[in-house]
Design a binder for this molecule. Structure first.
Ligand code: ADP
Length: 672
């Protein structure tokens, strides 16, 4: 039978079947690889997508939904730029355009906003298939990496900030790679431009060193590498504009597990400011030492000057009581007044230098405040009367009468204020006002004010007059005298009680100086006034009859003072016997030999001073009854107590006046 044209032979059929089988197998294999690829795309943690040129996704893998939170439908229904962070839109758009302008691939980062509103950082790689104009892109979620990077950057920033604040720069050097890293601050300190991979960095760094310091650094670094020990250096660096800085550097070795040095690390601190402060402190200490030396010198000098001055005041006092013609009396008076003024000035300088050198301490005792205020006012009555100025005192009734304070210093301040007021007032009044401003727990805060209707003080001078040696203007000394120390001293004294002088003044109308001090109150029955200020001790001249065969020992090394003391004693007891001793040792000897009725004992004497001489005398029991009266310079705080502690009976401050000597000597003659 003839085979039809289209019919195939069995063999041909078999071949065809085989061909079909191969094709089927190929298709099965292709399908399986496609299925595998789909599986890969679907399971990929990265975002895989296809988008068209109008910026719509055509296909997205499940990672899109997982990472961005939108469903596949949502993602395909809107242009993909809708999901991009607004700040990254422009950049993303530019990348897409670049790609569609026939550039095969792009590589960029942007941020997407998830459905929940979170930010996701994506790193894209995209290709354009120009045959179908579709974009095939893959993106990796790098949010965590970005966060870590940001944290790193932030901590780097805060480290840089800390270094900048502390002016500390850091560096490290790898011995094998020869890589040198500097922190930002190190560039700042050395004022070197911060260029990455600068091969001349070390050379530029060394150029800031003096040749000696550069050599020292090389020695130190060499030693650190070969001996595995750290180094420290403090030195100056010289910058481009010849400006200098001080730096403190440390370097430490970094070793491998075999203890071999493989790197160096170090810090450099800019210590210029610290150096400047140190220098200022040193200069201040030096200035303070010089100031103290000056104060000590002033104190010593003033003390030396007081001794001869005591002689002038004492003898002119005596001479003034004798008979002279009018001219002679006038001259004598001038000498006496000048000596007294000089004494005031020296006392002021002495006080001032004592306060400056911190040697002045307050002496606390019970004070009758009402009596003290009246006493002071009384001192000015005569002058006020003479100048026809009203002198007013007002003590508020709630001001406590008895308080604990330093009466000498309180008097000194008030005297200073009142004598200034008197000096600068020519009509009207001067008023001392004392009132209580606060009262608490047994303490009373008292305000003292001295108000006058004098010349007043210009505003521009109101601050400066409180400085030492300063007066309102240059004509003041010529017109009114003074040293410009009174207010400064008063203020410093008040400073010891945490107070200070205040001033209200109108130029041409008057001034009010005031201050407040807190005192401890003493609860005592108030005492009655009127108080009689200065009791003129009636002269008991030539009282020898009452005290026949009186023996008085005077211990004094200064000839003028000895003569003055002898003269004053002779005025009192013309017929007494005076025994002289020129030092403490001689005084002790002569007391034993002569057994005097009374001893006048200077304090500062050679061989044995007055304190120790008195102690020696008191050791000899049989002379315990002899009154010893100290003649002190009267300038040191606690002098009185020291005299009593050393067994003395009483104390007279120089310059000795006739009346004081009389009163004290009679008191003790009566008592012994
Ligand atoms: P001194 O009076 O020795 O010059 P002070 O320190 O006591 O020194 O006073 C400083 C200056 O303050 C005075 O020289 C004077 O110019 C001014 N001053 C002080 N008190 C008064 C006052 N009550 N009225 C006007 N000026 C005064």
């Amino acid at each position: 039978m003839k085979k039809a044209k289209s019919e195939l032979t069995y063999v041909e059929l078999l071949e065809k079947v085989k061909e079909q089988e191969i094709k089927i197998n190929e298709l099965i294999s292709e399908k399986s690889s496609i299925t595998n690829f789909e599986f890969f795309v679907n399971e990929s943690p990265d975002l895989v997508c296809i988008a068209d040129s109008s910026a719509y996704y055509k296909a997205v893998n499940p990672a899109f939904t997982k990472i961005l939170g939108y469903s596949k439908e949502e993602l395909l229904s809107r242009p993909f730029l809708d999901f991009v962070h607004p700040e990254d839109l422009e950049k993303t758009f530019a990348e897409v355009q670049f790609l569609t302008n026939n550039n095969p691939t792009v590589d960029f980062e942007n941020r997407y906003i998830t459905k929940k509103g979170d930010l996701v950082h994506l790193q894209w790689k995209a290709n354009l298939n120009s045959s179908n104009n579709l974009i095939y892109a893959i993106a990796r979620d790098i949010t965590e990496t970005k966060k870590t990077q940001e944290k790193l950057l932030a901590s780097q920033k805060s480290l840089n900030e800390a270094q900048r604040i502390a002016k500390i720069g850091s560096w490290d050097f790898n011995l094998f790679t020869q890589e040198l890293n500097w922190s930002d601050e190190l560039y700042e300190i050395f004022e070197i431009e911060n260029k990455s991979n600068n091969p001349n960095l070390y050379a530029e760094y060394l150029s800031r060193f003096t040749p000696e310091d550069a050599e020292q650094l090389n020695i130190n670094v060499g030693n650190t590498i070969s001996n595995n020990v750290p180094y420290e250096m403090e030195h100056q660096i010289i910058l481009d504009d010849q400006k200098t800085k001080w730096v403190f550097c440390t370097g430490v070795p970094i070793t491998d597990d075999k203890n071999k040095v493989i790197a160096l690390k170090g810090v450099v601190q800019d210590i210029t400011q610290k150096k400047q402060i140190d220098e200022t402190i040193m200069a201040k200490e030096k200035a303070e030492a010089a100031n103290k030396a000056k104060s000590d010198f002033l104190a010593n000098m003033s003390h030396e000057i007081r001794t001869p001055l005591n002689g002038i005041v004492g003898f002119t006092d005596l001479l003034l009581k004798m008979n002279f013609d009018e001219d002679q009396l006038k001259y004598l008076n001038t000498v006496n007044e000048s000596a007294n003024t000089l004494m005031d000035i020296i006392n002021n300088i002495l006080d001032f230098s004592k306060i400056e050198s911190g040697k002045l301490e307050l002496d606390f005792e019970e004070i009758n405040l009402h009596e003290l205020s009246h006493q002071i006012i009384n001192l000015f009555k005569y002058e006020a009367n003479y100048k026809k100025i009203d002198l007013i005192i007002n003590i508020d009734k709630d001001v406590p009468q008895f308080i604990i304070g330093d009466s000498i210093r309180l008097k000194q301040i008030l005297l200073n204020l009142l004598s200034n007021a008197m000096k600068f007032t020519f009509s009207g009044y001067i008023k001392l006002n004392v009132n209580q401003v606060e009262e608490k727990d047994g303490f009373s805060k008292i305000k003292f004010s001295v108000k006058d209707t004098g010349i007043g003080i210009k505003i521009k001078n109101q601050k400066k007059i409180f400085q030492s040696f300063v007066q309102a203007d240059s004509t003041t000394t010529r017109k009114y005298g003074g040293t410009g120390l009174g207010l400064a001293i008063s203020n410093q004294l008040l400073g010891l009680k945490k107070s200070k002088l205040k001033l209200d003044s109108t130029y041409g109308e008057g001034s009010e100086f005031f201050f407040t001090i807190e005192f401890e109150k003493v609860h005592k029955k108030p005492e009655q006034f009127p108080f009689i200020p200065e009791t003129n001790v009636k002269s008991k001249k030539n009282s020898s009859k009452k005290h026949p065969n009186l023996k008085i020992l005077i211990a004094e090394d200064n000839k003028i003072n000895m003569l003055l003391a002898k003269t004053l004693i002779k005025n009192l007891f013309a017929e007494c016997t005076i025994i002289e001793a020129t030092n403490g040792y001689e005084a002790v000897q002569k007391v034993q030999m002569t057994i005097p009725d009374i001893v006048l004992m200077d304090i500062q004497m050679p061989i044995l001073n007055g304190y120790n001489a008195s102690l020696e005398i008191r050791k000899l029991n049989e002379f315990n009854h002899i009154p010893i009266i100290a003649l002190t310079a009267g300038v040191l705080s606690g002098e009185k107590e020291r005299c009593i502690e050393h067994g003395m009976s009483d104390y007279i401050a120089k310059p000795i006046t006739q009346s004081e000597l009389e009163e004290t000597v009679f008191k003790w003659l009566k008592e012994s």
